[in-house]
Write a protein that binds this ligand. Structure first.
Ligand code: DX5
Ligand code: ZN
Length: 222
């Protein structure tokens, strides 16, 4: 079976008891935590900064954390998040003047680097970066909010990206973020994704074990 990773997006967690909620989702089988950073400038919403990630690490959360920057600019935040224990840092190419420099900055500080593509952003940005990046994230909703509906044309974009990855001899994860649930995860994995960012479908479910097991069970049929 292919190696699939489930990354609950803590944007949908209960912020009044974040440490406890995150601990519960990890014991239910989360592989990675997805940490959405929004600045009310690049996206019309405001979420959390590096202090929150630092607190989660101090609380004892030790699984990999994937920081998704939806901010402009990004370079100072790369340094801030790398210094408090981020494992992956991903950003949208249009949020920096110098994409390669920002990728280098992430790697110099010991993190894996990811590029995130909005639903209508072209994949052309990948052309000169396939030898450096560790993660490609395809947004299946417009960034800014959890609980939105998956845009179906993204399935074609996933197939196209999978081909690009298969053409290079490197380990690059292909992640999809937004609108994933039990009714579409099968098609998304079939199209070629191996990392699934899931917010509301996990955190709004009554039982984290049950929902993560159901998702894994569907993935095992791919
Ligand atoms: C949206 C965020 C997503 C979001 C996903 O801008 O990047 O990570 O939390 O939430 P769902 O799974 O509810 O669409
Ligand atoms: Zn995200």
């Amino acid at each position: 079976m292919k190696h699939f990773l489930i990354a609950p997006s803590i944007l949908s967690a209960n912020f009044s008891k974040l440490g406890e909620d995150v601990t519960n989702v990890i014991s239910a089988g989360a592989d990675i935590l997805h940490f959405d950073v929004m600045d009310n400038h690049y996206v019309p919403n405001l979420s959390m900064g590096s202090m929150v990630l630092k607190s989660l690490r101090e609380y004892g959360i030790n699984i990999p954390i994937d920081v998704h920057l939806m901010t402009k600019p990004i370079d100072q935040l790369i340094l801030d998040f790398a210094s408090v224990g981020a494992d992956y840092i991903s950003f949208h190419p249009e949020t920096t003047e110098h994409i390669d420099r920002s990728v280098e900055l992430i790697k110099e500080h010991g993190c894996k680097a990811g590029l995130v593509f909005n639903p209508s952003t072209t994949l052309n940005y990948l052309e000169y970066l396939m030898d450096k990046i560790d993660l490609i994230v395809l947004m299946a909703v417009n960034p800014g909010f959890s609980g939105q509906v998956f845009i179906p044309t993204i399935l074609k974009k996933i197939c196209k990206t999978r081909k690009l990855i298969d053409n290079v001899n490197r380990n690059i994860d292909l992640s999809v973020d937004g609108g994933i649930n039990t009714s579409n995860i099968y098609e998304i994995s079939k199209a070629g994704a191996n990392l699934f960012v899931i917010g509301s479908a996990i955190f709004k479910a009554p039982n984290y074990h049950k929902i993560i097991n159901t998702l894994r069970c569907i993935l095992s049929k791919t």
